[in-house]
Design a protein around this ligand. Structure first.
Ligand SMILES: Nc1ncnc2c1ncn2[C@@H]1O[C@H](COP(=O)(O)OP(=O)(O)OP(=O)(O)O)[C@@H](O)[C@H]1O
Length: 236
């Protein structure tokens, strides 16, 4: 199995709060990987370590075979939690900015994604609704030809019918698996079909992981599994 992220005994605390404890995982590459778990379980903290935005207190982490940090991040497209970036641009302006500054940004792919997500390219970003801006942020990441895409809650703010449409189309589009896509989301019911593998986090630990098919065969749907785990069942 090719591995995109390798963590060995990783621990991260913020003051008295433990965000991650004893994380030892190998996240497979060339897959769509769901990082699931309740609020505060450590998903965003793990992503921030992958990007090198925070350092672990102890343990080792490698991403695409290297230590995380600025010299690795040209290979990663990252959509952070609560991101709002392109305020004074139009959509086309954001795409131009992407071409100038984002490694691997493919404007024709961005245009195609904008048509498909029904985003008007002349629109100013500061006039967008939350859901339109969330779609633009998703496009800015998905249009990049980089080996790793990390999406932290990418569907938040997108209304249910649009979200379902976007996720269905993503399921159709990300079949080639040239890239690895890590997605954290609470929209498990809708997103379940996207995932090849899933890592369930709870209280800063990875409590269960594996190929989505295997987990489903053993435990039922992901929604049920997350429900059980969030209530202390650990899915085992
Ligand atoms: N910068 C920080 N300062 C203090 N505590 C933090 C910080 N970042 C994360 N934490 C704490 O670490 C724990 C894990 O937070 P994290 O944001 O990683 O969870 P999450 O699984 O992404 O949650 P959510 O689903 O709500 O986005 C929480 O208890 C949180 O309060």
């Amino acid at each position: 199995m090719d591995v995109v992220v390798r963590c060995q005994d990783v621990k991260k605390t913020f003051g008295t709060r433990t965000a991650l404890q004893d994380i030892t995982v190998k996240i497979p590459s060339h897959q769509v990987v769901g990082i699931l778990g309740p609020n505060g379980s450590g998903k965003s903290s793990l992503f921030r370590l992958i990007l090198g935005l925070n350092q672990p207190d102890s343990g080792e982490i490698s991403v695409l075979g290297r230590k995380p940090g600025w010299n690795n991040n040209h290979q990663i497209a990252y959509l952070p939690d609560r991101a709002r970036w392109y305020g004074d641009h139009t959509v086309e302006g954001a795409f131009q900015w992407g071409m100038d500054l984002l490694p691997g940004f493919d404007a024709s792919k961005a245009n195609e994604l904008a048509d498909w997500m029904e985003i008007d390219k002349k629109m100013r970003v500061d006039g967008m609704s939350k859901g339109q801006e969330a779609r633009l942020m998703l496009i800015m990441c998905l249009a990049r030809n980089v080996p790793l895409i990390v999406l932290d809650e990418p569907f938040t703010g997108i209304d249910t019918p649009s979200r379902e449409r976007i996720i269905d189309a993503l399921i159709d589009r990300v079949t080639e698996r040239e890239q690895t896509i890590l997605i954290s989301t609470h929209e498990i019911y809708e997103a379940e079909g996207l995932f090849d593998s899933v890592f369930f986090m709870n209280e800063g630990r990875v409590e269960l992981s594996g190929p989505a098919e295997e987990l489903r065969a053993k435990h039922g749907s992901m929604v049920e599994l997350v429900g059980k785990m969030s209530h202390g069942g650990r899915g085992r």
